[in-house]
Design a protein around this ligand. Structure first.
Ligand code: ATP
Length: 289
Protein backbone atom coordinates (compact mmCIF):
# COMPACT_ATOMS: atom_id res chain seq x y z
CA UNK A 1 0.00 0.00 0.00
CA UNK A 2 1.17 3.53 -0.76
CA UNK A 3 0.00 6.88 0.65
CA UNK A 4 1.03 10.53 0.32
CA UNK A 5 1.27 13.34 2.84
CA UNK A 6 1.87 17.02 2.33
CA UNK A 7 4.51 18.50 4.64
CA UNK A 8 4.08 22.29 4.64
CA UNK A 9 6.65 24.83 5.81
CA UNK A 10 5.88 27.24 8.66
CA UNK A 11 6.67 30.88 9.22
CA UNK A 12 6.84 32.66 12.56
CA UNK A 13 4.48 35.62 12.72
CA UNK A 14 6.14 36.28 16.06
CA UNK A 15 8.93 34.64 18.03
CA UNK A 16 9.78 35.67 21.58
CA UNK A 17 12.53 34.13 23.70
CA UNK A 18 11.68 34.55 27.39
CA UNK A 19 14.56 32.94 29.28
CA UNK A 20 16.95 30.01 29.36
CA UNK A 21 15.70 27.04 31.38
CA UNK A 22 17.67 24.77 33.69
CA UNK A 23 17.39 21.93 31.13
CA UNK A 24 19.29 24.07 28.56
CA UNK A 25 16.24 24.83 26.37
CA UNK A 26 14.88 28.34 25.97
CA UNK A 27 11.34 29.15 27.05
CA UNK A 28 9.64 30.63 23.99
CA UNK A 29 6.34 32.11 22.80
CA UNK A 30 5.87 31.69 19.08
CA UNK A 31 2.93 32.37 16.81
CA UNK A 32 3.35 30.11 13.79
CA UNK A 33 1.38 29.49 10.64
CA UNK A 34 1.73 26.98 7.80
CA UNK A 35 2.20 28.13 4.21
CA UNK A 36 1.66 26.48 0.85
CA UNK A 37 5.32 25.66 0.27
CA UNK A 38 5.56 21.98 0.99
CA UNK A 39 7.58 18.79 0.76
CA UNK A 40 5.76 15.76 -0.61
CA UNK A 41 6.10 12.55 1.37
CA UNK A 42 5.42 9.19 -0.25
CA UNK A 43 5.05 6.25 2.14
CA UNK A 44 5.08 2.63 0.94
CA UNK A 45 4.52 -0.23 3.39
CA UNK A 46 7.28 -2.85 3.59
CA UNK A 47 6.55 -6.39 4.72
CA UNK A 48 10.21 -6.81 5.71
CA UNK A 49 9.59 -4.56 8.73
CA UNK A 50 12.45 -2.23 7.70
CA UNK A 51 12.37 1.56 7.63
CA UNK A 52 14.16 2.93 4.57
CA UNK A 53 14.51 6.48 3.36
CA UNK A 54 15.07 8.09 -0.03
CA UNK A 55 15.38 11.69 -1.15
CA UNK A 56 16.89 13.35 -4.19
CA UNK A 57 18.09 16.30 -2.09
CA UNK A 58 21.81 16.40 -1.36
CA UNK A 59 21.10 18.55 1.72
CA UNK A 60 19.28 15.94 3.82
CA UNK A 61 20.68 12.70 5.25
CA UNK A 62 19.22 9.46 3.79
CA UNK A 63 19.63 7.47 7.00
CA UNK A 64 18.72 7.34 10.70
CA UNK A 65 19.69 11.01 11.10
CA UNK A 66 16.74 12.09 8.96
CA UNK A 67 13.94 13.39 11.19
CA UNK A 68 11.41 11.55 9.00
CA UNK A 69 13.18 8.24 9.74
CA UNK A 70 13.12 9.01 13.47
CA UNK A 71 9.37 9.67 13.29
CA UNK A 72 8.66 6.29 11.67
CA UNK A 73 10.92 4.50 14.17
CA UNK A 74 9.19 6.14 17.13
CA UNK A 75 5.74 5.11 15.83
CA UNK A 76 6.91 1.56 15.12
CA UNK A 77 8.34 1.17 18.63
CA UNK A 78 5.56 2.97 20.49
CA UNK A 79 2.73 1.01 18.81
CA UNK A 80 4.67 -2.27 18.35
CA UNK A 81 4.13 -2.44 14.58
CA UNK A 82 5.62 -5.34 12.57
CA UNK A 83 5.32 -3.67 9.16
CA UNK A 84 8.01 -1.36 7.81
CA UNK A 85 7.92 1.64 5.50
CA UNK A 86 9.88 3.22 2.66
CA UNK A 87 9.84 7.00 2.97
CA UNK A 88 10.42 9.05 -0.17
CA UNK A 89 10.86 12.80 0.40
CA UNK A 90 10.37 15.22 -2.47
CA UNK A 91 12.21 18.17 -0.93
CA UNK A 92 10.79 21.57 -1.90
CA UNK A 93 11.32 23.46 1.37
CA UNK A 94 14.81 24.99 1.65
CA UNK A 95 16.95 23.22 4.30
CA UNK A 96 18.25 24.98 7.44
CA UNK A 97 16.18 27.99 6.47
CA UNK A 98 14.00 28.71 9.53
CA UNK A 99 10.98 27.10 7.84
CA UNK A 100 10.89 23.85 9.89
CA UNK A 101 11.25 21.63 6.82
CA UNK A 102 12.71 18.69 8.74
CA UNK A 103 10.11 18.98 11.52
CA UNK A 104 7.30 19.10 8.97
CA UNK A 105 8.62 15.98 7.21
CA UNK A 106 8.69 14.21 10.60
CA UNK A 107 5.13 15.35 11.38
CA UNK A 108 3.92 14.18 7.96
CA UNK A 109 5.46 10.76 8.59
CA UNK A 110 3.72 10.57 12.00
CA UNK A 111 0.36 11.34 10.35
CA UNK A 112 1.14 9.12 7.38
CA UNK A 113 2.25 5.91 9.12
CA UNK A 114 -0.65 6.42 11.54
CA UNK A 115 -2.90 5.83 8.50
CA UNK A 116 -0.65 3.35 6.69
CA UNK A 117 -0.29 1.09 9.71
CA UNK A 118 -3.91 1.61 10.94
CA UNK A 119 -2.77 2.86 14.35
CA UNK A 120 -5.65 5.34 14.89
CA UNK A 121 -3.70 7.58 17.30
CA UNK A 122 -5.15 11.07 17.83
CA UNK A 123 -3.30 14.17 16.61
CA UNK A 124 -2.67 15.06 20.28
CA UNK A 125 -0.93 11.70 20.77
CA UNK A 126 1.09 12.21 17.58
CA UNK A 127 2.10 15.71 18.71
CA UNK A 128 3.24 14.42 22.09
CA UNK A 129 5.35 11.76 20.40
CA UNK A 130 6.65 14.28 17.84
CA UNK A 131 7.93 16.59 20.57
CA UNK A 132 10.56 13.92 21.34
CA UNK A 133 12.02 14.50 17.86
CA UNK A 134 12.11 18.30 17.94
CA UNK A 135 10.32 21.30 19.41
CA UNK A 136 8.60 22.32 16.15
CA UNK A 137 7.24 18.84 15.31
CA UNK A 138 4.18 19.14 17.59
CA UNK A 139 3.02 22.29 15.79
CA UNK A 140 3.65 20.69 12.38
CA UNK A 141 1.35 17.75 13.26
CA UNK A 142 -1.64 20.14 13.33
CA UNK A 143 -0.54 22.91 10.96
CA UNK A 144 -2.71 26.00 10.59
CA UNK A 145 -2.01 28.81 13.04
CA UNK A 146 -1.09 28.31 16.68
CA UNK A 147 0.70 29.67 19.70
CA UNK A 148 3.61 27.44 20.70
CA UNK A 149 4.94 27.80 24.25
CA UNK A 150 7.27 25.88 26.57
CA UNK A 151 10.23 24.96 24.35
CA UNK A 152 7.76 25.14 21.45
CA UNK A 153 5.91 21.88 22.05
CA UNK A 154 2.79 23.21 23.86
CA UNK A 155 0.26 24.10 21.19
CA UNK A 156 -2.80 26.34 21.44
CA UNK A 157 -4.75 26.73 18.20
CA UNK A 158 -5.43 30.24 16.89
CA UNK A 159 -7.50 31.61 14.01
CA UNK A 160 -5.51 31.83 10.79
CA UNK A 161 -4.76 35.31 9.37
CA UNK A 162 -7.01 36.67 6.61
CA UNK A 163 -5.89 35.38 3.18
CA UNK A 164 -2.80 37.14 1.84
CA UNK A 165 0.35 36.48 -0.15
CA UNK A 166 3.56 35.37 1.51
CA UNK A 167 6.70 36.17 -0.47
CA UNK A 168 9.81 34.41 0.85
CA UNK A 169 13.47 34.86 0.01
CA UNK A 170 16.30 32.71 1.30
CA UNK A 171 19.86 33.95 0.88
CA UNK A 172 22.28 31.17 -0.09
CA UNK A 173 23.55 30.56 3.44
CA UNK A 174 22.46 27.94 5.97
CA UNK A 175 21.90 29.00 9.57
CA UNK A 176 22.20 26.69 12.56
CA UNK A 177 19.50 27.37 15.15
CA UNK A 178 21.93 26.38 17.92
CA UNK A 179 24.52 28.97 16.84
CA UNK A 180 21.91 31.75 16.86
CA UNK A 181 20.63 30.84 20.35
CA UNK A 182 24.22 30.75 21.61
CA UNK A 183 24.86 34.25 20.25
CA UNK A 184 21.63 35.65 21.75
CA UNK A 185 22.03 38.04 24.66
CA UNK A 186 18.65 38.28 26.38
CA UNK A 187 19.51 41.55 28.21
CA UNK A 188 19.70 43.45 24.92
CA UNK A 189 16.98 41.50 23.10
CA UNK A 190 13.91 42.96 21.39
CA UNK A 191 10.64 41.26 22.41
CA UNK A 192 7.51 41.17 20.25
CA UNK A 193 4.10 41.71 21.85
CA UNK A 194 2.64 38.18 21.57
CA UNK A 195 -0.61 39.15 23.27
CA UNK A 196 -1.25 41.92 20.74
CA UNK A 197 -0.53 39.49 17.87
CA UNK A 198 -3.04 36.99 19.28
CA UNK A 199 -5.64 39.75 19.65
CA UNK A 200 -5.12 40.86 16.04
CA UNK A 201 -5.56 37.23 14.87
CA UNK A 202 -8.80 36.88 16.83
CA UNK A 203 -10.07 40.11 15.28
CA UNK A 204 -9.02 38.98 11.78
CA UNK A 205 -7.25 42.32 11.45
CA UNK A 206 -4.63 41.93 8.69
CA UNK A 207 -2.93 45.30 9.29
CA UNK A 208 -3.01 44.68 13.05
CA UNK A 209 -1.16 41.39 12.43
CA UNK A 210 1.33 43.20 10.18
CA UNK A 211 1.96 45.79 12.92
CA UNK A 212 2.77 43.10 15.50
CA UNK A 213 5.20 40.81 13.62
CA UNK A 214 8.47 40.50 15.54
CA UNK A 215 11.30 38.04 16.16
CA UNK A 216 13.78 38.16 19.06
CA UNK A 217 16.33 36.19 17.00
CA UNK A 218 16.27 38.54 14.00
CA UNK A 219 18.90 41.02 15.21
CA UNK A 220 21.24 38.17 16.15
CA UNK A 221 21.10 36.51 12.70
CA UNK A 222 21.19 39.91 10.95
CA UNK A 223 24.45 40.81 12.71
CA UNK A 224 26.05 37.57 11.48
CA UNK A 225 24.56 37.70 7.96
CA UNK A 226 24.04 41.15 6.44
CA UNK A 227 22.03 39.59 3.55
CA UNK A 228 19.04 39.27 5.91
CA UNK A 229 18.86 43.04 6.48
CA UNK A 230 19.36 43.72 2.76
CA UNK A 231 16.44 41.48 1.78
CA UNK A 232 14.23 43.07 4.44
CA UNK A 233 15.00 46.53 3.06
CA UNK A 234 14.35 45.46 -0.52
CA UNK A 235 10.98 43.91 0.42
CA UNK A 236 9.97 47.06 2.29
CA UNK A 237 10.87 49.28 -0.64
CA UNK A 238 8.89 47.07 -3.02
CA UNK A 239 5.75 47.62 -0.91
CA UNK A 240 5.43 44.76 1.63
CA UNK A 241 2.80 45.20 4.35
CA UNK A 242 5.03 43.37 6.86
CA UNK A 243 8.57 41.98 6.69
CA UNK A 244 10.18 39.53 9.13
CA UNK A 245 12.84 36.83 9.38
CA UNK A 246 11.35 33.37 10.11
CA UNK A 247 12.67 31.23 12.99
CA UNK A 248 16.42 31.57 13.37
CA UNK A 249 16.64 32.51 9.68
CA UNK A 250 17.97 33.20 7.22
CA UNK A 251 14.67 33.15 5.26
CA UNK A 252 12.87 36.50 5.23
CA UNK A 253 9.17 36.70 4.39
CA UNK A 254 6.76 39.48 3.61
CA UNK A 255 2.99 39.53 4.03
CA UNK A 256 1.20 41.29 1.20
CA UNK A 257 -2.53 41.93 0.78
CA UNK A 258 -2.52 42.84 -2.94
CA UNK A 259 -1.59 40.59 -5.87
CA UNK A 260 0.21 43.33 -7.83
CA UNK A 261 2.47 44.31 -4.94
CA UNK A 262 3.23 40.66 -4.13
CA UNK A 263 4.35 40.13 -7.74
CA UNK A 264 6.45 43.30 -7.57
CA UNK A 265 8.25 42.06 -4.43
CA UNK A 266 8.73 38.60 -5.94
CA UNK A 267 10.17 40.04 -9.17
CA UNK A 268 12.40 42.52 -7.35
CA UNK A 269 14.01 39.66 -5.40
CA UNK A 270 14.35 37.20 -8.29
CA UNK A 271 17.89 37.51 -9.55
CA UNK A 272 19.03 39.13 -6.30
CA UNK A 273 18.30 35.98 -4.32
CA UNK A 274 18.57 32.38 -5.51
CA UNK A 275 15.49 31.02 -3.75
CA UNK A 276 12.34 33.14 -3.91
CA UNK A 277 8.77 31.89 -3.45
CA UNK A 278 5.33 33.45 -3.62
CA UNK A 279 2.69 31.34 -1.85
CA UNK A 280 -0.55 31.48 0.15
CA UNK A 281 -1.08 30.59 3.79
CA UNK A 282 -2.66 27.21 4.65
CA UNK A 283 -5.51 26.40 7.04
CA UNK A 284 -5.58 23.62 9.60
CA UNK A 285 -4.93 20.01 8.59
CA UNK A 286 -8.51 19.04 8.02
CA UNK A 287 -8.10 15.28 8.09
CA UNK A 288 -8.29 13.31 11.28
CA UNK A 289 -7.42 9.65 11.36
P1 ATP B 1 13.61 25.09 12.26
O1 ATP B 1 12.86 26.22 11.60
O2 ATP B 1 12.68 24.06 12.92
O3 ATP B 1 14.74 25.52 13.13
P2 ATP B 1 15.11 24.72 9.86
O4 ATP B 1 14.20 25.08 8.72
O5 ATP B 1 16.03 25.80 10.29
O6 ATP B 1 14.25 24.22 11.07
P3 ATP B 1 15.61 22.11 8.73
O7 ATP B 1 15.40 22.36 7.28
O8 ATP B 1 14.54 21.41 9.45
O9 ATP B 1 15.97 23.47 9.48
O10 ATP B 1 17.01 21.32 8.84
C1 ATP B 1 17.85 21.39 9.95
C2 ATP B 1 18.85 20.25 9.90
O11 ATP B 1 18.16 19.00 10.05
C3 ATP B 1 19.63 20.16 8.59
O12 ATP B 1 20.98 20.32 8.90
C4 ATP B 1 19.37 18.77 8.02
O13 ATP B 1 20.54 18.10 7.62
C5 ATP B 1 18.71 18.00 9.17
N1 ATP B 1 17.58 17.17 8.69
C6 ATP B 1 17.27 15.94 9.11
N2 ATP B 1 16.17 15.48 8.48
C7 ATP B 1 15.76 16.42 7.63
C8 ATP B 1 14.69 16.54 6.72
N3 ATP B 1 13.80 15.55 6.53
N4 ATP B 1 14.56 17.68 6.03
C9 ATP B 1 15.43 18.70 6.24
N5 ATP B 1 16.48 18.64 7.07
C10 ATP B 1 16.65 17.53 7.79
Amino acid sequence: MQIFEKAPAKINLSLDVLHKRNDGFHEVEMVMTTIDLADRIELTSLESGKITIESESRFVPNDQRNLAYRAAKLMKDQYKVNEGVNIFIEKNIPVAAGLAGGSSDAAAVLRGVNRLWNIHASYDELAELGAKIGSDVAFCVYGGTALATGRGEKITKLPSPPPCWVVLAKPSIGVSTQTIYQALSLEKAVHPNTEAMIKALHMGNFYGICAEVGNTLENVTMKLHEEVGQIKEQMRQAGADAVLMSGSGPTVFSLVSQDARAHRIYNSLKGFCEEVYMVRMLGYQEKTC
